[in-house]
Design a protein around this ligand. Structure first.
Ligand code: FAD
Length: 344
């Protein structure tokens, strides 16, 4: 029976893996930056805003029951609908069967809820720089230190996974191939701009999504539709820009970006006051969204050596629910590999 398992990466996939591993095993989560990963929140002037994923989208299925059970108290539901807009800026309703959620204190709280339920040791600000397979153990390098574990879950984004696998001191037939596949996963850069206003925007929707994938503005999310995120009488819009826009504006100053976006949003939402936010913020996710996935069989081969991979790129969908599923599956498969019962 394994005594210790290392989960590399503290995004929702890593949290899902830690949650799915049996209670009897010591789990350690090593996260290079902050728990949450691309489920990331910022706090400013009494507002909370999710500057990576805007929400966790759930259908009426088993996963929803699990998320409600684990993160119930931390969840806030976004009940206002999502509408869509076309190239002419015409806004229409959008058929929808999903519920959408953030955390009461920001969307990263959902990741924390899964980790608190799993209760692993957590080390933030800890980057894994190397992996070696030695005598049925994994040696994980961290800032000059070497730690030994019986198994590893790589819940890192595709590029980081590719680097770790490529450099790993580990003789396994699938290692190079999986490193290549991970390294080849195409990603979309996503610029996200927050625009704050000292007045309430009066529209009937939470989010506006573009039907034209190549449009400049692909998403507008009103943070005030998340209970407790924005003081009454104020508005905070999170705007995601498309890949072409990001490529064309790679060198732009953050202030220019924010003001240009405000000028595009005003006619779309139909409120001229939106041209002048009283404060703004900008974040560029260089490898924000993956497209493409490795074959399951390629990932499963690494299980022979007690290593699992997880993440949205493994699921092939840049969505938080898919990353969570991938993490839960990785944890379950690792448990089965050792003949143990997973918690899911
Ligand atoms: C702008 C934007 C908007 C989005 N909107 C939505 C949305 O509305 N709804 C939705 O469902 N999804 C959305 N997504 C996608 C969603 O955020 C991701 O699919 C999901 O968060 C991926 O989770 P993950 O755990 O696979 O990866 P991550 O969240 O990226 O977690 C991986 C973690 O690994 C850590 N790490 C990397 N290398 C190392 C290392 N060597 N050692 C230790 N740790 C390491 C990273 O710091 C990171 O925290 C959006 C994404 C972006 C960028």
């Amino acid at each position: 029976m394994p005594r210790s398992i290392c989960v590399v990466g503290g995004g929702i996939a890593g949290a899902g893996a830690a949650f799915a591993l049996p209670d009897a095993v010591d789990v350690t989560v090593l996260e290079s930056e902050a728990i949450g990963g691309r489920l990331a929140s910022r706090h400013r002037e009494g507002c909370i805003y999710d500057h990576g994923a805007d929400h966790l989208r759930l259908a009426a299925d088993d996963r929803t029951d699990l998320v409600r059970r684990v993160a119930g108290e931390a969840l806030v539901e976004i009940t206002a609908p999502i509408h869509q807009f076309d190239a002419e800026g015409t806004i229409t309703d959008r058929p929808d069967e999903f519920t959408r959620w953030s955390g009461a204190n920001g969307i990263d709280e959902i990741v924390w809820a899964f980790l608190e339920a799993a209760d692993p040791a957590i080390e933030e600000g800890t980057t894994v720089t190397g992996l070696a397979r030695r005598d049925d153990e994994w040696v994980v390098s961290v800032a000059g230190d070497r730690r030994r574990f019986d198994a590893v879950v790589l819940a890192t984004p595709a590029a980081a996974t590719a680097v770790l696998l490529e450099a790993a001191d580990w003789e396994a037939s699938g290692r190079r191939r999986l490193a290549e596949v991970a390294g080849d996963v195409p990603h979309r850069t996503v610029d996200v701009v927050a625009l704050h206003y000292p007045f309430a925007v009066e529209v009937p929707y939470y989010g506006l999504v573009s039907v034209e994938r190549a449009s400049d503005v692909v998403w507008v999310g009103r943070q005030e539709c998340k209970p407790g995120h924005v003081p009454a009488g104020e508005s905070l819009l999170m705007v995601q820009l498309g890949a072409l826009w990001s490529a064309a504006n790679a060198g732009a100053r953050a202030q220019e970006t924010a003001l240009e976006v405000a000028h595009r949003i005003a006619p779309l939402v139909g409120d001229d006051r939106l041209r002048e936010p009283d404060w703004w913020d900008h974040h560029r996710w260089g490898r924000g969204l993956p497209a493409g996935r490795p074959e399951d069989s390629l990932c499963d081969r690494t299980l022979e050596d007690a290593l699992a991979v997880a993440g949205d790129w493994v699921a092939g969908v840049g969505q938080a629910h898919a990353a969570l599923d991938s993490g839960l599956t990785a944890g379950r498969k690792l448990a089965e590999h050792f003949g143990l019962e997973s918690t899911v």
